[in-house]
Design a protein around this ligand. Structure first.
Ligand code: NOJ
Length: 748
C-alpha cells in the first residue's frame, strides 16, 4: 500500500455532489489538508467569505441581534459558516438541513457558551477553581462536552482563561482567578475535558480559549474597558493560561473586546498573527468576540466596517461573530486588492479543517441524534459528578467555636435568607433554563432539611430580597432565629449580578442583607452564613462577628445537596480561594504576587512613609489560597535536598503533613518561590506547585515537590524568558499568607 501512495495522491478528487468529499483512489485516503484544498478550489469568493461569517440564532442570545434579512436564505446561499445560540438536536438539524441545500453543502458549525454545564449545571468556573482539584475540573468539562455534543453543539466558547485581579469585573466568575500558574493548570484541564479523546468523537466539542488577550485587566474592573499593561506583565501573567490551552491542543481562540495598549485585540496583529499564529504556531482558527470587528469603529481605530474588516482579517481574526463586516465588505476588499485572497483562503482553510476534523463532512447530522440527546441528558453519573464538584468548590472561611459541622442531633434550626428556597439563583451566570428546573435543581432548603433528623423543627424565613431596601421580613426572621438552636443564613448576589456586563463599583452584600445579618446575630443564636456569589464580595461586619462563614459561590444544580453535606459534615470542606478577597474596594486591584516596592510596609503598626494606606492595612480580608477545614493540618518543617544548587540540578522539597483533628480531610499544599534580587524586580511570592491530598484523621503524608531552573524563569527587560542565579526563597504552606520560608542559593 505504502508504495502506491505517491502514484495515487494526485488522483483524488473532491466530489461534492453529495455531502461527502470522496477520494476516488481506494489506495490512500486523502489527508484533511488535501480535502480542505479540494473544497477550497470549488469555492467562489462569496462562498469563502460565507465561511467566515457567524450569526446568532434567535433561540436565545447574549447580545444585540441585528435584524438584517433572512438568515435561512443566507444559509442556503452559503453565506454562513457558523451559528451560535442554537441548542438541541432539533434546532441544529433544522438549520443544518438548510446548509445542505447550499451549492457546496458545507456543514454549519454550531457554537455555544457552554461555560459550566448545559443540562447539568456545574459550579461556576471560579468556584471550580477554588477546588484546586484538577481531575474533578477536567471531569466537569468532560460532562459539559458530552451533554453539549449530544445536543447538536460542536463547539463551546470556553474555557475563559483570563486572569483577573479585580473583583469588580463581573466576569471573574467565568475564569480561574488571579494566578497564572493555577490558571494554566486549570486551562489545560478544561481543554482536555471539552475535547476528550480528540475532535471527531461524538462526545467531544471544540474548546475555545478566550478572550485573547488581557480582557481581565480592564481598567477599573469595568467590562469592555481598555487595558494598558507592560509587555512583561502581559507575557508573565496574562498569556500563560492561553499558552497552556494551546499546548493542550485547543481548537480555537476568541479575541477580546478590549484594546490593549491602544490597539483593539480584534485588530491586534501582534497578538493574533505574530504571536499566536506565528511564534506559537497555532493552526486552529480564531473567532472574533460578539461584534468586536465592528466595534473597532467606536474604539476609534477604524472609520467604518470596511476598514474594520480589513484590519481584523489582516491582524488574524478568521471568523466574524455577528458584526457582518466580513460579509458586507470582504469581497470588495479582495477585488480592490485591499486584502490579499491568501488571507481569506488561510482563514477558510482553518475553519474547514475543523469541520473535517469534527467529521461533519462525512455526516453533518452526526451530533443530532434525539435518542442520544435524551440518554446523555438523563445520565445519573452527571448529577453525581456535579455534586462532587460542588462540594469541592465550597470554601470554609471561618468556623469559631466549632459551630460547624452542625450536629445531626440538632433539634431546632432556622433557615433564613433569599437564597434558601431560590432555584435558579444557584446556577449563576452563563447557565441554561430548562422546563424541569424546579424538580432537578436542589434548593439549599431541601439539601439542608434532607440532612436533618425527622423530628427536627425547621423555621424558614426569607427575611429580605436579594437586592432592595425592604426590611419588612426582618421580624419573622428574627422570631425564627430566636426559637432555634442554630441559624443558617443564605445571602449573596443574584444569578445575574456577576457575569458579562455585570461589573459593580461596590461589591458589598447587596440590599439590606447586612442589616438582616446584624439583626439575626443580635438574637445571640449561633449563625452560619452562606455566601452565594460570582466574585469575591466584601462582608467585613459579618466576617468579624458571625462565627461561621461558608463561601458557596454559585454551585449549580446540586447546590443544595452539596451545602447540606458540608454543613452536616458528610463532606469536609477543602476549597481554597483562587482570588484575594479585599477589605475594601479601595484596595483593588489586589493580589498576592505583588512586588515588594522600595518602601514595603513591614509592620502594619508603623506606616511612616511606606507603601500603605493610612486608613486600612495592606493585607487582604482573606488571602489567595486560603480555606479552612473541619480538621487540623500540621505542617512539619520542610526538608530541602540542598540549600546551594547549581545549574541543571533539581531541588527536592519534602514536607510532612499530619491530620491532627477528628475528621478525615483534604488539604491543598502550596509551594511558592521568590527570586530575591534580579535584573527586573520579582513578586514577593509566586505559586509554583500544589498538591491536593486526602488525609484520614491521625494520618501523616509526605508531599514532594521538584524544582528546576525552569521554575525560576521570568521575562527580563529584553523579554527573554531566562533565570538568573542568586538567592531564592522557597515557601510551603496552607495559603499564600501562611507559609514556612527557607532560603536557598541557585548558582549558574
Ligand atoms: C460575548 C462574550 O464576551 C463571549 O465570551 C461569548 O462567547 C460571546 N458573547 C458569545 O455569546
Amino acid at each position: 500500500m505504502h508504495m502506491q501512495i505517491h502514484h495515487f495522491r494526485n488522483l483524488c478528487l473532491a466530489i461534492l455532489a453529495t455531502t461527502q468529499v470522496v477520494c476516488v483512489s481506494a489506495q490512500k485516503p486523502k489527508t484533511i489538508a488535501q480535502k480542505v484544498d479540494s473544497v477550497l478550489r470549488l469555492m467562489t469568493l462569496e462562498e469563502k467569505i460565507g465561511q467566515l461569517n457567524q450569526y446568532s440564532g434567535d433561540w436565545s442570545h447574549t447580545g444585540p441581534i441585528t435584524k438584517d434579512g433572512d438568515k435561512q436564505a443566507q444559509i442556503k446561499r452559503g453565506q454562513l459558516g457558523s451559528m451560535l445560540n442554537i441548542v438541541g438536536v432539533e434546532h441544529t438539524r433544522t438549520l443544518q438541513e438548510l446548509a445542505m441545500q447550499s451549492r457546496l453543502k458545507i456543514p454549519l458549525l454550531f457554537g455555544q457558551d457552554v461555560i459550566h454545564g448545559l443540562k447539568t449545571t456545574f459550579p461556576i468556573p471560579l468556584a471550580e477553581a477554588a477546588s484546586w482539584d484538577i481531575p474533578a475540573i477536567e471531569r466537569s468539562a468532560r460532562i459539559a462536552a458530552k451533554e453539549a455534543a449530544a445536543s447538536g453543539i460542536h463547539w463551546t466558547f470556553a474555557p475563559m482563561v483570563d486572569i483577573s485581579r479585580d473583583p469588580r469585573w463581573g466576569r471573574v466568575m467565568e475564569g480561574a482567578g488571579e494566578d497564572p500558574f493555577l490558571g494554566s493548570v486549570i486551562a489545560k484541564a478544561r481543554v482536555k475535558g471539552f475535547q476528550g479523546n480528540g475532535l471527531g468523537r461524538l462526545d467531544a466539542v471544540m474548546a475555545c480559549a478566550k478572550h485573547f488577550a488581557a480582557y481581565g485587566a480592564a481598567v477599573g474592573g469595568r467590562d469592555y474597558n481598555s487595558v494598558d499593561m507592560s509587555e512583561r506583565m502581559l507575557h508573565e501573567v496574562y498569556l500563560p493560561p492561553f499558552k497552556a490551552a494551546l499546548d493542550a491542543g485547543v481548537a480555537t481562540f476568541m479575541n477580546s473586546f478590549n484594546d490593549l495598549n491602544g490597539v483593539p485585540a480584534t485588530g491586534n496583529r501582534y497578538l493574533q498573527r505574530t504571536l499566536l499564529k506565528g511564534q506559537w504556531k497555532f493552526n486552529g482558527f480564531l473567532v472574533s468576540d460578539w461584534g468586536s470587528v465592528g466595534e473597532m469603529i467606536a474604539h476609534g481605530f477604524v472609520q467604518d466596517n470596511r476598514e474594520a474588516a480589513k484590519a481584523a482579517i489582516s491582524a488574524g481574526s478568521d471568523m466574524d461573530m455577528e458584526s457582518r463586516s466580513y460579509l458586507h465588505n470582504m469581497a470588495d476588499l479582495v477585488k480592490q486588492q485591499q486584502v490579499p485572497i491568501a488571507l481569506v483562503d488561510d482563514a477558510v482553510r482553518r475553519i474547514l479543517t475543523k469541520k473535517f476534523e469534527m467529521g461533519l463532512f462525512d455526516d453533518p447530522f452526526r451530533f443530532s441524534n434525539p435518542q442520544r440527546e435524551q440518554a446523555v441528558w438523563n445520565d445519573l453519573a452527571h448529577k453525581a459528578a456535579a455534586l462532587d464538584m460542588a462540594r469541592k468548590s465550597i470554601v470554609l472561611l471561618k468556623n469559631e467555636q466549632q459551630v460547624l459541622p452542625i450536629q445531626a442531633s440538632v433539634k431546632k434550626i432556622a433557615l433564613i435568607g433569599p437564597f434558601m428556597k431560590a432555584v435558579r439563583d444557584n446556577l449563576g451566570f452563563w447557565s441554561y433554563e430548562w422546563p424541569d428546573d424546579s424538580s432537578t435543581i436542589v434548593t439549599q432548603y431541601a439539601g439542608i432539611v434532607n440532612r436533618l433528623p425527622k423530628d427536627a423543627i425547621v423555621h424558614y424565613a426569607k427575611g429580605c430580597n436579594i437586592n432592595d431596601a425592604d426590611s419588612s421580613g426582618f421580624a419573622v426572621a428574627i422570631a425564627a432565629a430566636k426559637d432555634a438552636d442554630i441559624v443558617v443564613m443564605s445571602m449573596g448576589e443574584a444569578r445575574d449580578m456577576s457575569g458579562e456586563a455585570k461589573s459593580r463599583s461596590g461589591i458589598q452584600l447587596p440590599g439590606v442583607q447586612e442589616a438582616l445579618i446584624k439583626a439575626v446575630h443580635a438574637t445571640g443564636k449561633p449563625v452560619v452564613l452562606l455566601i452565594n456569589a460570582g466574585r469575591p464580595l466584601i462582608f467585613n461586619w459579618a466576617a468579624d462577628n458571625v462565627p461561621a462563614i461558608v463561601y458557596t459561590w454559585w454551585l449549580g444544580s446540586q447546590a443544595g445537596n452539596a451545602i447540606g453535606d458540608v454543613l452536616f459534615g458528610a463532606y469536609n470542606p477543602s476549597g481554597k480561594l483562587p482570588m484575594t478577597f479585599p477589605r475594601s474596594e479601595g484596595q483593588i486591584p489586589i493580589y498576592y504576587s505583588h512586588y515588594n516596592t522600595g518602601r514595603p510596609a513591614k509592620d502594619e503598626n508603623n506606616l511612616f512613609y511606606v507603601s500603605a494606606y493610612t486608613d486600612l492595612p495592606n493585607s487582604p480580608k482573606y488571602p489567595f489560597g486560603f480555606g479552612l477545614s473541619y480538621t487540623e493540618f500540621k505542617y512539619a518543617p520542610m526538608q530541602l535536598s540542598d540549600t546551594v544548587l547549581k545549574g541543571k540540578e533539581t531541588l527536592t522539597v519534602k514536607v510532612q503533613i499530619s491530620n491532627q483533628g477528628k475528621y478525615d480531610g483534604e488539604e491543598v499544599v502550596q509551594l511558592y518561590l521568590r527570586d530575591v534580587t534580579a535584573s527586573v524586580v520579582r513578586p514577593v511570592k509566586e505559586l509554583k506547585g500544589f498538591q491536593k491530598i486526602l488525609l484520614k484523621a491521625g494520618e501523616t503524608k509526605e508531599v514532594i515537590f521538584q524544582i528546576t531552573t525552569d521554575d525560576l524563569r521570568f521575562y527580563n527587560e529584553a523579554l527573554q524568558h531566562i533565570w538568573e542565579p542568586g538567592e531564592f526563597h522557597v515557601m510551603v504552606g496552607t495559603s499564600s499568607a501562611q507559609v514556612e520560608t527557607r532560603k536557598i542559593i541557585w548558582q549558574q
